[in-house]
Design a protein around this ligand. Structure first.
Ligand code: HEC
Length: 144
């Protein structure tokens, strides 16, 4: 009896750890301040995360993973608007599961939703070399 009680308490303590990360909630908490909950962006502050260019940027599985783990800086032009600012790196704040949930949520906000991200894809980006200017160089290459 006592053992069953102990087991039940241990399981209830573990439950929050095994719950899947909620991409929409994490996006609202960490990204929406700048990019808005629907990803439409904020004029003069942060670009929309939607549009034609995402067909090309999103086609490279590594781009989004690089930007959210390592950040992005320097001039970018999105849907005709210029942004010269910087996107914070999230590798130090959120774990692979949380970032994968956010990236998958963002894929779902696209006109043509892209496939979800796995925690492994984020882990690969996290452990590879990267920096805000390198993300920008990759972006320019993909949009060439
Ligand atoms: C403090 C404001 C801010 C927050 C918070 C923020 N971003 Fe950004 N983000 C930016 C800015 C500014 C840029 C453009 C950087 C530049 O001008 O080079 C950007 C760029 C991006 C890009 C690249 C867009 C493109 O067209 O290449 C992606 C993807 C992105 N952000 C995703 C996210 C996600 C996902 C989150 C939450 C985990 C997030 N951002 C949180 C400000 C922010």
């Amino acid at each position: 009896m006592r053992r069953a009680w102990l087991l039940a308490s241990v399981l209830s303590l573990c439950a929050p750890l095994t719950q899947a990360a909620d991409g929409a909630a994490l996006f609202a908490q960490h990204c929406a301040t700048c990019h808005q909950a629907d990803g439409s962006g904020t004029v003069g502050l942060a670009p929309p995360l939607q549009g034609e260019h995402w067909q090309r940027l999103g086609a490279d599985r590594n781009y989004l993973a690089q930007v959210i783990t390592h950040g992005l800086s320097g001039l970018i032009v999105v849907n005709g608007q210029r942004f010269i600012s910087s996107m914070p790196a999230f590798a130090g704040q959120l774990n692979d599961e949380q970032l994968a949930a956010i990236a998958s949520h963002l894929q779902g906000l696209q006109q043509r939703p892209g496939p979800a991200y796995s925690a492994d894809e984020i882990a690969t980006a996290r452990s590879s070399a990267g920096s805000p200017p390198q993300s920008r160089a990759l972006r320019m290459q993909l949009l060439k």
